[in-house]
Design a protein around this ligand. Structure first.
Ligand SMILES: *[C@@H]1O[C@H](CO)[C@@H](O)[C@H](O)[C@H]1NC(C)=O
Ligand SMILES: *[C@@H]1O[C@H](CO)[C@@H](O)[C@H](O)[C@H]1NC(C)=O
Length: 422
């Protein structure tokens, strides 16, 4: 039996496939395992009256709720995880911005419910202690969900961007930070991705890194010192050659800077780096974490600060959306063209022969805006992927008769060694 392992050809956006002989036919990689699929998001409400009110007042438009991120948490010993989804408020009509997947099957897909509760979302930006708009979250290794709230709806900055950490076992808020105004640009900034760095040995949080995709920068937050600073230069910006996205034959424009931030795993024992990339770019960039974490290197509005410390590791020939790092130091990202999961071992040069398309699937992996590596109840790493059809949502419109949203998963070890996802 054969299966194809494809290497990405840089610049020419196409694939060259090498045949690999496998010992055991049952080991063929058939793609990711489907967990959730929906034609549209089915949003549950606390009461029927509240749903009717939201519809009537234009606070809920079923055609404009688009999921972006997925996050997953295995409570102690539980085999069945809790699955969370973000629904950013790109515009009006999104009744809540963070939700969890219930067991309730509905005509368009399984029903979602607001998280932490409906009350957190219901003022649509009027109450800055609630959540205004959430693009992505990160659940850390100590069971805390870090929620990055952009504070804006359609670029109207209702509230300062903020970060909440909620302990998922107790449901309690364990950390809260509001960004000082000098670090974001009103009417421009959009904070989309938080990355958390814990101490190597305990649950102390060292730093939180936040990607401002439209404001083209990175905000670094030193949790112990309650201090933050901004990094912005040519590397955090988009690139004109990659402003057009083509997915399954349809094109649309996105002009976004830094979208994904990942870190060298502590366990590798090597010099730690911050790996990042812009959404509208094909550059993979890295900078030593020690430089990023030192506030005195970063003067506000200084586009040449520590510039010699940034390294363009390579160019992949297409855009990557979300990214995550495995414990063994493989950086995974959702490649746009062709729609696939791209893997790169950070110990190797960022060159075409080391960039491996682990799964390619134009139908089931379209715009991979959510990608996480989480530990399951047995401590094994799992990849979780959320894909949507942003090219349609931002283009001619979604067709609600087809599957628009998918959550899929695979064991990381299985994925990297070409075995079937369990
Ligand atoms: C399913 O989605 C369509 C498209 O948004 C919407 O018109 C319809 O009301 C939804 N069905 C239910 C039961 O919510
Ligand atoms: C931080 O950077 C400054 C230079 O900008 C340097 O003098 C200092 O030693 C650095 N501190 C640490 C702890 O690395």
């Amino acid at each position: 039996m054969y299966f194809y392992k494809c290497l990405l050809i840089l610049a020419v956006v196409s694939a060259s496939c090498a045949q690999i002989r496998l010992e055991d036919a049952s080991n063929i990689h058939l793609g990711l395992e489907s967990v959730f699929q929906a034609q549209n998001l089915e949003l549950g409400f606390p009461t029927h009256q509240e749903r009717e009110r939201a519809l009537r007042e234009g606070l809920y438009n079923p055609d404009s709720v688009i999921p972006i991120d997925v996050d997953v948490y295995y409570k102690h010993g539980d085999k069945t995880p809790s699955i969370f989804v973000t629904i950013p408020r790109f515009g009006k009509g999104v009744p809540y911005s963070l939700a969890y997947v219930t067991n309730e099957a509905k005509p368009n897909g399984t029903e979602l419910m607001a998280y932490p509760s409906y009350d957190w979302h219901k003022t649509h930006g009027a109450d800055c202690n609630g959540l205004t708009s959430v693009y992505r979250t990160q659940i850390d290794e100590c069971g805390r969900m870090w929620i990055l709230d952009s504070g804006e709806i359609d670029f109207v900055q209702h509230c300062a961007p903020q970060i909440y950490a909620i302990d998922l076992e107790s449901g309690k808020v364990v950390h809260h930070y509001r960004m000082p105004q000098r670090l974001y640009k009103v009417g421009v900034s959009r904070f989309v991705t938080p990355t958390i760095d814990l101490d190597a040995h305990n649950c102390d949080v060292g730093f939180v890194y936040m990607a401002d995709s439209i404001g083209d920068g990175i905000v670094v937050y030193d949790v112990a010192k309650q201090q933050s600073w901004r990094i912005e230069n040519k590397y955090t910006f988009p690139h004109p050659d990659f402003g057009t996205f083509t997915i399954a034959g349809e094109s649309f424009q996105l002009w976004d800077g830094t979208v994904a931030l990942t870190l060298t795993p502590h366990a590798l024992g090597t010099r730690r780096m911050l790996y990042f990339h812009s959404l509208s770019s094909d550059w993979q960039i890295a900078i030593p974490l020690q430089v990023v974490n030192n506030a005195s290197n970063w003067k506000l509005n200084d586009v040449s600060a520590a510039l010699d410390q940034f390294r363009v590791l390579g160019k992949r020939g297409s855009q990557c959306v979300a990214a995550a790092m495995s414990e063994t130091g493989t950086l995974l990202c959702g490649l746009v063209q062709p729609s696939s999961i791209l893997g790169w071992n950070i110990a190797t040069p960022y060159k075409q022969e080391n960039l491996v398309m682990l799964v390619e699937d134009e139908e089931r992996l379209q715009f991979v805006s959510g990608l996480k590596i989480v530990r399951n109840h047995e401590g094994k790493e799992e990849l979780w992927v959320l894909s949507n059809r942003l090219q349609k949502a931002f283009g001619a419109g979604l067709n609600f008769k087809e599957t628009n949203y998918r959550i899929q998963k695979c064991g990381v070890h299985e994925l990297l060694s070409g075995k079937a996802c369990y």
